[in-house]
Design a protein around this ligand. Structure first.
Ligand code: PGA
Length: 245
């Protein structure tokens, strides 16, 4: 399976940062994996213009479940498609915690993303307490089951396993813990989606850097990475892409 390396810029970046996306064009390993950068909404259209004609895709970090309507401040999947987004991150732990996004809300957004012809990157992950209680796999598989809609296929859905305690902390699970979780996710996907479940890419996310990426990519059922902090600078992100290639 071709690896997918996704960058999540979160609420970082002004127009002057677009050069970091443009600098990814033609870097070593570009052809060997799929690359998507998800800048803040304000930069999506400009970023899509800058990478036009290259193999780099642009994505967004959230959307509304409805195509239009009285939802002040929100943006629909259709609107994102119109400005050149091809992926949408959904259910990131920061949105699940800060905006109380439920699994059902994530699934509804994913349907909208699929109907707009885009690919959803659905995030799941346990908290430190849940892992310490020995419930990590149970929690993640339950999130997965309830966050994936019936419209999901291997071509419109990507899963990102991001332990909440590993995001932005510099902490990373052991390779054994990653392997155990990713194989549980694979089994759950196969059970839920049949043949399609075998083709859904499962990304690892949480403190991925150029220095630890190669080891993580060597773990079975790790089909790429969702990268936060280390995606902001092209030089660091390029190191992760090269490690995947
Ligand atoms: P991080 O963030 O790479 O900065 O840990 C990952 C994410 O939140 O997607």
């Amino acid at each position: 399976m071709k690896k997918l390396i996704a960058g999540n810029w979160k609420m970082n970046g002004l127009a002057s940062s677009l050069a970091e996306i443009e600098a990814l064009k033609g870097i070593t390993g570009e052809a060997a994996c799929d690359i998507v950068v998800c800048p803040p909404l304000t930069l999506v259209e400009k970023a899509a213009e800058r990478v036009g004609g290259s193999r780099i895709a642009i994505g967004a970090q959230d959307c509304h479940a409805q195509p239009s309507g009285a939802y002040t401040g929100d943006v629909s999947a259709e609107m994102l498609a119109e400005i050149g987004a091809r992926f949408v991150i959904l259910g990131h732990s920061e949105r699940r915690s800060a905006y109380r996004e439920t699994d059902a809300a994530v699934a509804a957004k994913a349907i909208a993303v699929h109907q707009a012809g885009l690919t959803s990157i659905i995030c799941v992950g346990e908290t430190r307490a849940e892992r310490d209680e020995g419930r990590a796999i149970e929690v993640v598989c339950a999130q997965l089951e309830a966050s994936i809609p019936n419209t999901a296929t291997s071509s419109n859905t990507v899963i990102a396993y991001e332990p909440v305690w590993a995001i932005g902390t510099g902490l990373v699970p052991t390779l054994e813990q990653i392997e155990e979780m990713h194989s549980s996710i694979r089994q759950a996907l196969e059970k839920r989606l049949g043949e399609n479940g075998l083709g859904v890419r499962i990304l690892y996310g949480g403190s991925v850097k150029a220095s630890n990426a190669k080891a993580i990519f060597g773990v079975s059922n790790v089909d790429g990475a969702l990268v936060g902090g280390a995606s902001l600078k092209a030089s660091e992100f390029a190191g992760i892409i090269t490690a995947a290639a």
